[in-house]
Design a binder for this molecule. Structure first.
Ligand SMILES: Cc1cc2nc3c(=O)[nH]c(=O)nc-3n(C[C@H](O)[C@H](O)[C@H](O)COP(=O)(O)OP(=O)(O)OC[C@H]3O[C@@H](n4cnc5c(N)ncnc54)[C@H](O)[C@@H]3O)c2cc1C
Ligand code: FES
Length: 263
């Protein structure tokens, strides 16, 4: 797809509600951005309320609705920025920079995909499912969380037409007890996937990448790094590549071919 210029957008909070333990879903009214952001890209959100915090918070999105002019983001409340974001109410205004980074690519000829999400990595994975659904690509999914209280996205993936959605939790309170990689290994054994898309903790994505390599299936990963600028200027978000070079997560990523990355 043609690259769309990153810009600064005025946005207004339409809703901001809990969807789990320490998990929030914010819907931002951002008509210009909703019309042009693509699955896999992210936004850099200014969160007001603390003058000592100048950095924006990088967040993926799960749904951009051009008709409603909104962007939906599911996020975990982990520190100052996301806590202030969780305190924002409908009608509150702020700015976001976007679209940042590159979209999930859809490999040519792919007809069957598997999605693997861990924790809040589910946010860009749900956006990916929407892209696959719109492109007529069949998909299964694995969604993992620490506990049932921190699980989100299963209903959304079902509604988007997933063939199977396997759920794993660390404590067994939903789905099977264990890791996403346990479920993926079984799916890879009897599925015939052209590509696997994954986002979650890096250790999980390393495991997903290894299983895909062993099965000869292409794997695309969405990486996370601490980010200061979000558009390739500061050099804080380097990702080490298998060939010894470095790429920026914000500008060259966040999506990489798993084989490119030095795990
Ligand atoms: C491209 C991208 C997309 C992201 N999408 C989402 C998303 O959709 N939903 C979501 O919940 N989170 C997402 N994150 C992670 C999110 O940006 C961090 O959780 C957030 O910046 C933490 O900010 P804070 O001020 O609340 O916490 P801080 O006080 O800054 O940090 C709290 C903890 O979070 C860690 N942290 C801070 N920033 C990052 C970061 N950029 N990446 C990883 N860990 C970080 C810190 O090391 C610390 O342990 C994404 C990150 C990136 C880079
Ligand atoms: S965050 Fe500045 S270069 Fe990536």
């Amino acid at each position: 797809m043609t690259a769309v210029a990153t810009g600064l957008h005025d946005v207004v909070v339409a809703s901001n509600e809990p969807v789990g333990d320490g998990l929030m879903r914010v819907v931002l009214s951002a008509p210009t951005l909703a019309a042009k952001i693509a699955a896999g890209q992210f936004v850099d959100v200014e969160v007001p309320g603390d003058a000592s915090e100048i950095l924006r918070v990088p967040l993926s999105f799960s749904h951009a609705d051009p008709d409603a002019g909104t962007i939906e983001i599911v996020y975990a409340v982990v520190g100052g920025g996301t806590s202030r974001l969780a305190a924002m109410a409908p009608g509150d205004a702020t700015t976001i920079v976007g679209p940042c980074g590159n979209p999930w690519p859809l490999p040519e000829g792919a007809s069957r995909a598997c999605l693997v999400a861990g924790g809040v990595g589910v946010t860009p994975v749900v956006a990916c499912a929407r892209m696959l659904s719109a492109s007529g690509v069949a998909f299964d999914a694995v969604v993992g969380a620490q506990t049932s209280e921190r699980l989100w996205g299963v209903e959304e993936l079902d509604a988007l037409g997933a063939g199977r959605v396997e759920v794993t939790t660390d404590d067994g309170t939903a789905g099977r007890r264990g890791f996403t990689t346990d479920a993926l290994a079984e799916l890879l054994a009897d599925g015939s996937y052209d590509v696997v898309f994954t986002c979650g903790p890096e250790v999980m994505m390393a495991g997903v990448a290894r299983l895909c390599r062993e099965s000869g299936v292409r794997c695309l990963v969405s990486m996370e790094r601490m980010m200061c600028c979000g558009f390739g200027a500061c050099g804080t978000c380097n990702v080490a590549m298998a060939d010894g070079s470095y790429k920026s997560c914000c500008k060259d990523g966040p999506v990489f071919d798993a084989e490119e990355v030095a795990w």
